[in-house]
Design a protein around this ligand. Sequence first.
Ligand SMILES: C[S@@+](CC[C@H](N)C(=O)[O-])C[C@H]1O[C@@H](n2cnc3c(N)ncnc32)[C@H](O)[C@@H]1O
Length: 226
Amino acid sequence: MKAINDFYERQLTPEEIAAGEHRTFVGGLWHEIGALQFEFLRQSGLLPHHRLLDIGCGALRCGIPIIEYLDSGNYYGVDINASLVEAGKHELEQKGLTSKQPHLLVNDKFEFDRFGISFDFAIAQSVFTHLDMNLIVRCFVQTRKALKSDGTFFSTFFLAPFPGHIATIKHQPGGTVTNFDTDPFHYSFREIEWLAEISGLSARLIDDWNHPRNQKMIELSVKLKE
Ligand SMILES: C[S@@+](CC[C@H](N)C(=O)[O-])C[C@H]1O[C@@H](n2cnc3c(N)ncnc32)[C@H](O)[C@@H]1O
């Protein structure tokens, strides 16, 4: 499957990875956004024995602190870009964390069933900001199947004030300009709620979680059949 954003088709060279360019490639603010995600997950109830799925894990910006915290073998990361996963392995080696045995998968269809387990938590940080609605539904459906019945999926979005907001939006802080139909995308909460509903998930807006570029957090849970 082709990434909607050709940007993430670019493969970094081993030299670029050695120079740490992957940190900029996934958006920079490496320590700040890594720590923000980790603290958010911990405050939301993540414990060392839980199994966590990091969707669009990139080069493990948030993966590193999570892997450090979780029991060995409980971190599962998936990304479409093979070179970013290689960069993640490089980061793991630098931190002496390979013995924590994280599971890393390069996959372009959100096929989380390849891991063969169910998850307590999933997170997709700054991933849906790059995906169109069809890919979001694909990811939602696959995540619903991979979550435990009481599992929780956190994902970030650039929020629009109402559905069908075709004008661009400049988000502050950070100044990111988002679009209705090209990357980077914005979505209203009603649009996300509907995409979740048709995927068997229910959505709750957490809103502000101090993201430095004002991405909002949404909590998704498995919807019980009525
Ligand atoms: C802005 S980066 C964020 C990475 C990571 N979540 C973090 O916070 O550092 C977006 C990531 O989404 C990944 N991505 C984009 N489309 C994807 C897809 N269809 N399946 C899996 N990963 C995807 C990109 O390769 C990239 O690593």
